[in-house]
Design a binder for this molecule. Sequence first.
Ligand code: GLN
Length: 219
Amino acid sequence: MIPRVGVLSLQGDFACHRSSLEALGVEAVRVVLPEHLRGLAALLMPGGESTTMLRLMDTNGLRQPLTEFVREHPVMGTCAGVILLGREGERLPFPPLGVLDVSVERNAYGRQIDSFSAELESSVVAGPYQGVFIRAPRIRRVGHGVEVVATLPGPGARGGTPVGVRQGRVVGLCFHPELTSDLRFHRWFLGDVAGVALAASAAVLDPAAVGDPESPEPA
Ligand code: GLN
């Protein structure tokens, strides 16, 4: 049976995560309502606007079922997804889900125009990795039991900061792995963290698989 992995689709980027999941032989399921969580092996919480996603979670009756799901299943949040999973973030309309013991500062690397791409150091993917940061949150506090799995190398204004963390089955990445063709973080999350049996051995996305008519909307 093909494993089914959800992508929270209240707002933000579904299409690119779907391309990455499908390249790894996994079915991507849109999660908008509580019943969509049924039977999922894991969940991705994409980038977007964390304030909007928290509001829509409330409107769609997803907050409680989602909280239960992420307490019991593997979940990977990317960019705004880290804010949703964390313990504390500022200027949020509702508290985040609190399953990742980190505190984040939103938009801490600058505004949209300051978006950047930089080489990361990571203990979980071999070799250099180019991370894409779009109005990314900065992890200001890492709790006990949280492992740093990726950093922006220092020195410099951004240097030495954790940009990828793992606490058991919960992963938070401040960058957007779905916006590159490099599948290594999706592969690591699905295979090593979530224990999903992957049929496809691809490490890089086939460009022919991209070009989805649904345009991605990273905030
Ligand atoms: N700045 C956004 C927020 O605070 C996150 C940006 C992103 O996900 N690319 O929610």
